[in-house]
Design a protein around this ligand. Sequence first.
Ligand SMILES: NC(=O)c1ccc[n+]([C@@H]2O[C@H](COP(=O)([O-])OP(=O)(O)OC[C@H]3O[C@@H](n4cnc5c(N)ncnc54)[C@H](OP(=O)(O)O)[C@@H]3O)[C@@H](O)[C@H]2O)c1
Length: 394
Amino acid sequence: MRSICILGSTGSIGENTLDVITRHPHLYRVSALTANTQIEKLARQCHQFEPDIAVVKDAQGAHQLQKLIVHLKTEVLYGAQGLIAATMHPPVDTVMAAIVGAAGLLPTLEAAKAGKRVLLANKEALVMAGPIFMDEVALSGAELLPIDSEHNAIYQCLPHSLATSIGSSSASGVEELLLTASGGPFLHRSIDTLDLVTPDEACAHPNWLMGRKISVDSATMMNKGLELIEAMWLFNMPENKIQIVIHPQSVIHSLVRYVDGSLLAQLGEPDMRTPIAYGLGWPHRIDSGVKKLDMMTLKDLNFMAADVKRYPAILLAREAARTKGTAPAILNAANEVAVESFLQQRIKYTQIIRIVDQVLQEVTAQKATSLELVLEADQQARARAQIVIKGLTA
Ligand SMILES: NC(=O)c1ccc[n+]([C@@H]2O[C@H](COP(=O)([O-])OP(=O)(O)OC[C@H]3O[C@@H](n4cnc5c(N)ncnc54)[C@H](OP(=O)(O)O)[C@@H]3O)[C@@H](O)[C@H]2O)c1
């Protein structure tokens, strides 16, 4: 029986993970759950799964949770130390990294250092600190399994033993990786009207049900840019060997092209329980509860290049990917701040990527030789983005 810690159990990935686990009570025990502010939802999860540890944002939240689960043996912790304690809890052998944003970096990195099986949904850990993270994985022998549907698809299309070994992709005859993208809710909307987009419109993804931050990133396609950087580190591929292809139906989750002309794809319903079940069950396959893809109902599968006028985020992400060092952390931090401001209706949709662009120009990227430098760049970019936003909203 595997013992699971879910970082971000109250989110979209967290809930889907619990759904898959519920189908296999003889295979998994939930040992630790973490949330940020959704205390009541976490309390309900604690009553259902009776974890050893539950973690919330702060002391006030911990007090609130404690009152809601007074009859359980669950230990209630809080803050960054609480997240690390949940990750390092001795029985835990598998960590689902599903906190959204930069907040997920430190506990996910701790899980990698401790040699646990890391199911990586939190792409920010690799975007911000790719080389540092992959070095820790190599050093500890942690099992790193990508949960992002695109990276999970690529992982499934690569020869197993080579999928995440550093330096292996080119040796295995891989020519390029193709990341598919739905194009989000504004694929066909007139570019002139993007200024008027509301948060609810941006979050209404045509195919996937996700958290609000990643939904906005899917609309701007910054999500695909972050995924490109994630793929570079996961599969040791240079930026120019990773293509982005718009595929509005979201049936093909990504592809690998080999030098012999083969193009391998992974297909399935757009439901995150498939990659989650893959990670939980690896190297075996387990039932995910996902509806079977009916080939007979697949009328059209379309593909097109991404228009960078509609999706300028792709250009910025590629630039940060080529610059390397702290540039991806700066890109990510500026984007997080800008998306948050957009969701709070302080800035327009089209200003998100303009703000990221400005911050990338104003904060100089350094070599990312330590985690401290990465975190410093993250803070600098956040502060800069706040100043830019203040100027726009004054
Ligand atoms: N959703 C998807 O289909 C999908 C697909 C691929 C990759 N991902 C990646 O998976 C990650 C999670 O995405 P999601 O859609 O599940 O996000 P989400 O629904 O917004 O959930 C985020 C989770 O993280 C917690 N959290 C937020 N801020 C935190 C902080 N500062 N400290 C500690 N915990 C915090 C939230 O707690 P509260 O609920 O208490 O606020 C929640 O449990 C992201 O990195 C995303 O890019 C998601």
